[in-house]
Design a protein around this ligand. Structure first.
Ligand code: NAD
Length: 486
C-alpha cells in the first residue's frame, strides 16, 4: 500500500510574546526577588533558552504568604460567593480568549504536542474555572457540612506546589477550587515549566482579581520547601512525586496544617478476551503515549488475557508504526519531546534495567530529532511482576506488557503495586466491569476508555498515590472547614 506522508503543519509561535526575564507575582504585581538567583527555562524540543526565571528565596515566599494573608483577611475571605464566582467566570473566559497563546506557550515550554495543549490542557483548564465559578455561591448546598452544623467556610492561605506534566491544567486544578471556596493562594509551578503560570498571573491582573488573592513564586525544590515549611500557610496542596509527597507529609505531621497529596501511579490497563480489540488498542495507545507518558494515571502496565495476547500485541505494534514523533508545534505530531534531560535519563535508565532483567524491547522505526530530548514509543513484552519496569513509575512513553488467565489473576496483578491512582478495564460484559471496579484499588477506573478527565469528576489516589480528591463536589472538601477550628 502506498504510504502518504504528512506535509509539515507548524503552528505559528508569533502569538506568544515571551519576555527575556520574569519576576515573581506577589500582591498583584511582578516584583523582584530579595536574592539574585535565576535559572533558565528552555524548550525541551530544541534546547533553545526561552526566558530567565527568578528563583524565589524564603524571604520572597514569606512576602507572598503575607500578601495572601492580607488579601484573605481584607477582601477575599469576606467576599460573597456570588462575587467570587464572577471573578472565576472572568478568568475562565480570559483563558478561552487567550487559549491559542496559552497552548503555544505550553507546547514551547513543556514539549507536548500542540494538538494536546490546544485540545486538552487549555480547554480543560478553562473548564475547571467555569465549573468552580458555579460552585462559589452554592457551597452551603454541596452537602459538605453535617446536618445542622456550621456552613462550610474557607481555610485561609493555601500553599500549592505543582509538577511539569500539565502545567496550566494542574494550576487550574489547584487555584480554581481554592478561590471558589474563599481561600487565597501562593502557588509554585515546576522549575522546567513556569511560563504558563506567569502568563496566568497576567490573566489575574486582566481580570482585576484583588491583589494578593493569587501569588506565584517560581523556583525549584528549595522554594517549594520554603512554602511547605512556612508557618503562615493553613493548607498544602501538592501534586508531584510520591517521594516528595512523603517528605511534605513528614514536615507537616503534628501541625495544624492540612494537606492533599496527588502523587505517582502505575496503572494497569486490563484487556479481556471479549474486548473489542481495535478499540482497546486505541485505548492502550492513548493510555501510555498521550503526553509522552508523562501522566500520573498513565496506563503503563498492559495486562492482557493470554488467549488474545498475540493478536493485541500484533495490532498494537502495527498501530505504533503510524505514530508521528517530532516537532511539538507541528499540528500532526502525536508524540512530542521529553520534558527535561533529567527525565530522559530516568526513562533510559529504567528501560536499560528492563532489558537487563530479561524483558523484550521493541520500538517502531522512527527518526528522532538531533537536538532536544527524545525517546521513541517503546513496548516491553515478557515483563514479570518482579521487574522494576513493572513496579516503578517510568513517567515516559514506555509500556510494560504482562499477561493473565482469570479475572482474579488480573485483579491480583493490577493491585500488586504500592500505587493506586487509576486503572482501565476492556471487556464486553457490564457485570465484569462492575466487579473489577469494585476489586481494583484505584481512585479512578475507566471502562472501555482511558484518560478521560472532567472537572465534575473527582480524581485522586489510594495507597501511595496520595490522599484527597481534586475535581467534583469531593474536591471542594479539601478547601473548606466545617468545624470550629477557623
Ligand atoms: P516532583 O515531586 O519532583 O516535583 C513536583 C513539584 O514539587 C515541583 O514543583 C518541584 O519543584 C517541587 N518540589 C521538589 N522538591 C520539593 C520539596 N522538598 N518540597 C516542596 N516542593 C518540592 O515531581 P515531578 O517530577 O515534577 O512530577 C512528576 C510526578 O508528579 C510523578 O510522580 C507524577 O505521577 C506526579 N503527578 C501526580 C499527579 C496526580 O494527580 N496524582 C498529577 C501529575 C503528576
Amino acid at each position: 500500500m502506498p504510504r502518504f506522508e504528512y506535509a509539515p503543519a507548524p503552528e505559528s509561535r508569533s502569538v506568544v510574546d515571551i519576555r527575556s526575564s520574569y519576576g515573581l507575582f506577589i500582591g498583584g504585581e511582578f516584583v523582584e526577588s530579595s536574592g539574585d538567583t535565576s535559572f533558565k527555562t528552555i524548550s525541551p524540543a530544541t534546547e533553545e533558552v526561552l526566558a530567565d526565571i527568578t528563583e524565589a528565596t524564603a524571604d520572597d515566599v514569606d512576602r507572598a504568604v503575607k500578601a495572601a494573608r492580607q488579601a484573605y483577611r481584607g477582601v477575599w475571605g469576606r467576599m460573597s460567593g456570588a462575587d467570587r464566582g464572577k471573578y472565576l467566570f472572568r478568568i475562565a473566559r480570559l483563558l478561552q480568549e487567550r487559549a491559542r497563546e496559552f497552548a503555544v506557550l505550553e507546547t514551547l515550554d513543556n514539549g507536548k504536542p500542540i494538538k494536546e495543549a490546544r485540545d486538552v490542557d487549555i480547554p480543560l483548564a478553562a473548564a475547571h474555572f467555569f465549573y468552580h465559578a458555579g460552585w462559589a455561591d452554592k457551597l452551603e448546598y454541596a452537602g459538605l457540612a453535617p446536618a445542622g452544623g456550621r456552613p462550610p467556610r474557607p481555610i485561609g492561605v493555601v500553599g500549592q506546589v505543582i509538577p511539569w506534566n500539565f502545567p496550566l491544567l494542574m494550576l487550574s486544578w489547584k487555584i480554581a477550587p481554592a478561590l471558589a471556596c474563599g481561600n487565597t493562594v501562593v502557588l509554585k509551578p515546576a522549575e522546567t515549566t513556569p511560563l504558563t503560570a506567569l502568563l496566568f498571573a497576567e490573566v489575574c491582573q486582566q481580570a482585576d482579581l484583588p491583589p494578593g488573592v493569587v501569588n506565584i513564586v517560581t523556583g525549584a525544590g528549595d522554594t517549594g520547601r520554603a512554602l511547605v515549611e512556612h508557618p503562615g500557610v493553613d493548607k498544602i496542596a501538592f501534586t508531584g512525586s510520591t517521594e516528595v509527597g512523603k517528605a511534605i507529609a513528614r514536615t507537616i505531621a503534628g501541625t495544624r496544617v492540612r494537606a492533599t497529596l496527588e502523587l505517582g501511579g502505575k496503572a494497569a490497563n486490563i484487556v479481556f478476551d471479549d474486548a473489542p480489540v481495535d478499540q482497546a488498542v486505541e485505548g492502550i495507545v492513548n493510555g501510555i503515549f498521550f503526553n509522552q507518558g508523562h501522566v500520573c494515571c498513565a496506563g503503563s502496565r498492559l495486562l492482557v488475557q493470554e488467549s488474545v495476547h498475540d493478536e493485541v500485541i500484533r495490532k498494537l505494534k502495527r498501530r505504533l508504526t503510524t505514530i508521528r514523533v517530532g516537532d511539538p508545534l507541528d499540528k500532526n505530531t502525536d508524540l512530542g519531546a521529553i520534558n527535561s534531560a533529567a527525565q530522559l535519563d530516568r526513562i533510559r535508565e529504567l528501560s536499560g534495567i528492563a532489558e537487563a532483567e530479561g524483558a523484550e524491547r521493541w520500538s517502531p522505526p522512527c527518526d528522532l530529532p538531533s537536538r532536544g530530548f527524545w525517546f521513541p514509543p517503546t513496548v516491553f513484552t515478557g515483563v514479570a511482576q518482579t521487574h522494576r519496569i513493572a513496579q516503578e513509575e517510568v513517567f515516559g512513553p514506555v509500556l510494560s506488557v504482562l499477561t493473565f488467565r482469570t479475572p482474579q489473576e488480573a485483579v491480583a496483578k493490577a493491585n500488586n503495586t504500592p500505587y493506586g491512582l487509576s486503572a482501565g478495564v476492556w471487556t464486553d460484559k457490564g457485570s465484569r466491569i462492575l466487579w473489577m471496579a469494585d476489586q481494583l484499588r484505584a481512585g479512578v477506573v475507566w471502562a472501555n476508555t482511558f484518560n478521560k478527565f472532567d472537572p465534575t469528576s473527582p480524581f485522586g489516589g489510594f495507597k501511595e498515590s496520595g490522599y484527597g480528591r481534586e475535581g467534583g463536589r469531593h474536591g471542594l472538601e479539601g478547601y473548606v472547614t466545617t468545624g470550629d477550628d477557623q
